[in-house]
Design a protein around this ligand. Structure first.
Ligand code: NI
Length: 215
């Protein structure tokens, strides 16, 4: 199967799995990540086919929705890619990216070793910032039954993935536990530049949020 056809089929596969998903990890999140990843990949001269496949499949079975199991995503992706006739070498590269993509806590070092992985991770992180990032964060918090904000609960710095997974603080705390840290964790120069404006918007938003809270 040629690359174009493989990408078309994969897009349909992902759409059938993720459309209507209500926690911010829906099909359109994937579409935005693919577009962003393509932009970064072109600037950084990464392998576009691997980047596109990994971006398309990166949330196909996120650990957040599989009781914290990070092995489900790569497994589902590998099965699919094999089914459509993708070679083992490409499957290995794509699954390695999916395995390592998620943020696992402020104190946990994420190992993304390949340029393609760095590109896709930056694209996914950019969608966690800015106006869309804010919308997704509250959608996710709501789906987990978390309050918007509770001034009596302080944000935490999670040193291990296990701690981060169990975190159940109010959604505003998530800005301090993850979102505001992402700007400093971007892998590529292109990603870093793109993160700046989105990060600045988070700060404006938080300032305003607390100003209104105090009235
Ligand atoms: Ni994602």
């Amino acid at each position: 199967m040629n690359h174009r056809e493989a990408l078309r089929k994969t897009r349909l596969f992902v759409r059938s799995h993720l459309s209507g998903e209500a926690t911010g990890h829906d099909y359109w999140h994937t579409v935005r990540v693919v577009r962003m990843a393509e932009r970064i990949a072109r600037n950084e001269l990464a392998d576009l086919f691997v980047v596109r496949l990994a971006a398309l499949l990166h949330d196909i079975a996120d650990w957040k929705f599989h009781k914290g199991d990070i092995s489900v995503g790569p497994k589902v992706a590998a099965q699919w890619l094999k089914k459509i006739g993708i070679g083992a070498e490409i499957i290995g590269r794509v699954c390695e990216i999916i395995k390592n993509i998620s943020f696992k806590g402020a104190g946990v070092r994420a190992g993304m070793n390949t340029l393609e992985g760095k590109v896709v991770q930056d694209a996914d992180r950019l969608d966690a910032l800015g106006a869309i990032g804010i919308a997704r964060t509250f959608a996710y918090g709501g789906s987990k039954g978390r309050p918007i904000y509770d001034p009596l609960v302080r944000p935490k710095r999670h040193k291990t993935f296990a701690q981060y997974k169990k975190g159940a603080g109010p959604t505003i705390n998530h800005f301090y536990e993850k979102l505001l840290l992402l700007k400093g964790l971007m892998n590529t120069r292109t990603g870093r530049i793109m993160a700046q404006k989105r990060h600045a918007f988070l700060e404006i938003y938080l300032k305003r949020f607390f100003r209104e809270w105090k009235v």
